[in-house]
Design a binder for this molecule. Structure first.
Ligand SMILES: NC(=O)c1ccc[n+]([C@@H]2O[C@H](COP(=O)([O-])OP(=O)(O)OC[C@H]3O[C@@H](n4cnc5c(N)ncnc54)[C@H](OP(=O)(O)O)[C@@H]3O)[C@@H](O)[C@H]2O)c1
Length: 325
């Protein structure tokens, strides 16, 4: 089969379209003939050599795909050849074929085109597991989503809006903030011109955010703790602003607040299956009713993976970028 490989880490041209052996499904696995693969910030980090695949995962990049079940391994009862699906992967999605544990596979939501479904698994599972299962965002509470126009952000805004939470976002341009507003964000902060702590406090009568979903890590740690409300929960899912920073425990203690950091990719298959099952129960009906939609900026053929990576690094996009086969 054809797959994108990374013979040497580096810039976007490090992505090479190669002929590689077809993967064979092991017990409990499904093999998918890929229709489209989502591009994630993590793939860029992997390409640069900063985010190696976890043990046992495919060496090729790609954390989510949509496609058609092409073969099933022993003990797989819930999927049959020909099913149209999308799946959460530990790697290997930039390829014609990929194998994945059956518990990480989801049906394509009715009404969503097969290709577009590739934009869903990674962002929906990341947002649902962090904002709802871990940080327990409740109706009427306020969530601050950093990078509101990102793939993750565009899904976080919609899901928080659907549970009846109030959404604040940061983004770097007025156009991106407008896209966030159209998806349901009410408090819009241009992080290049405004202080998100001041803006979120002003919008919440001084209370702050009950939940913060953070992609920046070290650079925002102090201000994220500052912006938290009493009993607030900060969930760090990205380290775009570095990994090491000082934490004022007195502020945390006086607010009875929590700082949590998580990674989806490294979780054991059983934990991923639990998240996938929760997403199917809680988010799939919202997608099938059309209330929540995948936000897709652009599509490129698999052979142009380097173009897609450059587009992501230029950060002009709103939502997801897909590779199509
Ligand atoms: N831990 C996990 O399990 C997990 C899973 C999936 C994703 N993630 C993380 O989630 C983040 C988003 O991923 P993605 O694939 O959706 O990437 P993406 O679409 O490329 O988004 C990156 C975002 O970062 C924003 N950003 C850059 N500098 C910023 C700043 N100073 N303040 C606020 N936002 C800033 C960009 O906004 P502008 O363009 O407006 O600057 C852009 O929206 C990444 O950090 C990724 O690593 C984590």
């Amino acid at each position: 089969m054809k797959a994108i490989t990374i013979p040497e880490p580096g810039e976007a041209d490090a992505l090479v379209l190669d002929d590689v052996p077809d993967p064979e499904p092991g017990p409990g696995e499904v093999r998918i003939r890929v229709c489209a693969a989502g591009v994630n910030r993590a793939d860029v980090q992997q390409r640069k050599g900063f985010y190696p695949p976890p043990p046992g995962a495919s060496e090729y990049p790609g954390l989510e795909v949509s496609g058609t079940v092409d073969a099933v391994g022993e003990d797989v009862t819930q999927w049959v050849v020909g099913d149209e699906v999308c799946a959460l992967l530990s790697g290997g999605g930039y390829a014609e074929l990929v194998c994945v544990p059956a518990g990480q596979v989801l049906p394509v939501p009715s009404g969503v085109p097969l290709e577009d479904a590739a934009a869903l698994p990674e962002v929906v599972c990341t947002v649902w597991s962090n904002v709802f299962m871990t940080a327990n965002l409740l109706p009427g509470q306020t969530v601050l989503v950093h990078g509101g126009s990102s793939g993750i952000g565009t899904m976080a805004i919609q899901l928080a809006r659907e549970v009846g939470a109030r959404v604040a976002v940061t983004a770097g341009t007025a156009e991106k903030l407008e896209a966030c507003r159209a998806l349901g964000a009410e408090v819009l902060v241009n992080y290049r011109e405004q202080d998100f702590v001041e803006q979120v406090r002003a919008a919440t009568g001084g209370a702050g955010a009950d939940v913060v979903l953070d992609n920046m890590g070290a650079k925002y740690l102090a201000r994220n703790v500052e912006v938290l409300a009493v009993n607030g929960r900060l969930v760090v899912i990205g380290l775009q602003g570095g990994r090491t920073a000082e934490l004022d425990l007195a502020t945390l203690l006086s607010k009875r607040a929590a700082v949590i950091a998580t990674s989806l990719r490294a979780r054991p298959a059983a934990e991923k299956a639990t998240i996938v099952a929760a997403v199917r129960e809680h988010v799939w009906p919202l997608l099938e009713s059309g209330r929540v939609v995948p936000v897709i900026q652009g599509r490129h053929p698999l052979a142009d993976a380097a173009v897609a990576h450059r587009e992501m690094e230029a950060s002009g996009h709103v939502g997801k970028i897909l590779l199509t086969l």
